[in-house]
Design a protein around this ligand. Structure first.
Ligand SMILES: NC(=O)c1ccc[n+]([C@@H]2O[C@H](COP(=O)([O-])OP(=O)(O)OC[C@H]3O[C@@H](n4cnc5c(N)ncnc54)[C@H](OP(=O)(O)O)[C@@H]3O)[C@@H](O)[C@H]2O)c1
Length: 296
């Protein structure tokens, strides 16, 4: 099976690449905008810009994949809020190009999306049936990307993930766990919001869920995240407890007090019932994921 992983220098893309490298039945192609951040055996690396249609044609001709996994994105909401054109290009236009190519080359398209497609006003965990209504520009571009796939692709899985965490490689952006751990280890205080709830996703669970979806013969949207619905402040307190750091340095503040420029949903936890039922998805608990992150 030939698998093309796009965004392979990114946090999630690299974890998928590393996990899949263990399976010798997979022929892996890793694509990213810049040079390979951590060259290893077990895959072929191709540097390409997926916003460039010619690059994409060359990429598909060279790899002829059975499965395309797109983890590339402009995934920082604050940056997207002030860089609309760039966000449109990567999160929507390039996704539409990929969807067309996947159809042309008869491959299954697995694309990562986000809980930020929702407005966070729901009183239940969002299901795949709920209608998106993004609050910020990042969420808008990601939802547009989803719609392009649904309109074009014959064989696809849209994988919505939430606050992805795990251990990053050198050169990769950290996540909430490292941010909290680093601040507390340095004896610095950290402000975290206590009125925004999420279902955080251990990065290894995404690789797992995607592998199951590769062999699933249905198209659709799948929520692949953790099963614990917690506030961002809760995450920080759990990290402090696990690492036995001073939790008094954690300042739980409201969204209003945080005065963020980019609006964010209050309750964007996602239900994983569909993934449990259809593909037997079984994520780590948040405490297990925190333990795994700091033990790796
Ligand atoms: N991280 C989260 O908490 C979170 C939460 C919800 C949803 N998501 C979604 O999950 C997915 C993965 O997120 P992530 O945080 O793992 O991503 P990430 O670390 O930001 O990685 C994205 C990668 O995409 C690559 N890329 C960007 N533009 C490209 C282009 N034009 N051509 C080829 N490659 C390009 C970059 O490669 P180079 O490094 O080579 O430039 C980058 O490493 C995204 O779809 C994101 O929207 C993430």
């Amino acid at each position: 099976m030939k698998i093309l992983i796009i965004g392979a220098n990114g946090f999630t893309g690299r974890r998928i690449l590393q996990d899949f490298s263990k399976n010798k039945e997979y022929k892996l192609y890793a694509c990213s905008l810049h040079q390979d951040i951590n060259p290893e055996d077990g895959y072929e690396f191709i540097q390409a810009d997926i916003c460039n249609e010619n690059n994409l044609t060359e990429l598909f001709n060279r790899t002829r994949p059975d499965i395309v996994i797109n983890t590339s994105a402009l995934s920082v909401p604050d940056y997207c809020e002030t860089h609309h054109e760039e966000a449109d290009l990567i999160n929507t236009t390039a996704v539409a190009y990929l969807a067309i190519k996947c159809n042309k080359y008869n491959c299954r398209f697995i694309h990562l999306s986000t809980d930020f497609v929702f407005d966070g006003k729901s009183e239940h965990l969002y299901t795949e049936e709920d209608t998106p209504n993004p609050l910020n520009y990042y969420g808008k571009t990601k939802w547009e990307g989803e719609k392009r796939i649904i309109n074009v692709c014959n064989d696809y899985a849209i994988v919505r993930v939430v606050v992805v965490y795990g251990k990053p490689l050198p050169g990769q952006h950290g996540n909430i766990l490292q941010l909290v751990a680093n601040r507390l280890r340095n004896g610095e205080s950290i402000n975290v919001v206590s009125d925004q709830w999420r279902t955080p996703t251990y990065v290894g669970d995404i690789a797992n869920g995607i592998e199951k979806l590769m062999h699933h013969n249905k198209s659709g949207i799948y929520h692949i995240c953790g099963g614990d619905n917690v506030s961002i402040a809760d995450i920080a307190y759990r990290v402090a407890a696990h690492l036995q750091l001073d939790s008094a340095l954690i300042k739980a503040v409201t969204t209003e007090e945080m005065q963020e420029i980019t609006p964010r949903p209050r309750h964007s936890g996602l239900s994983i019932e569909k993934a449990i039922k259809e593909i037997g998805y079984q994520p780590l608990t948040l405490d297990e994921g925190i333990k795994e992150t700091f033990s790796e």
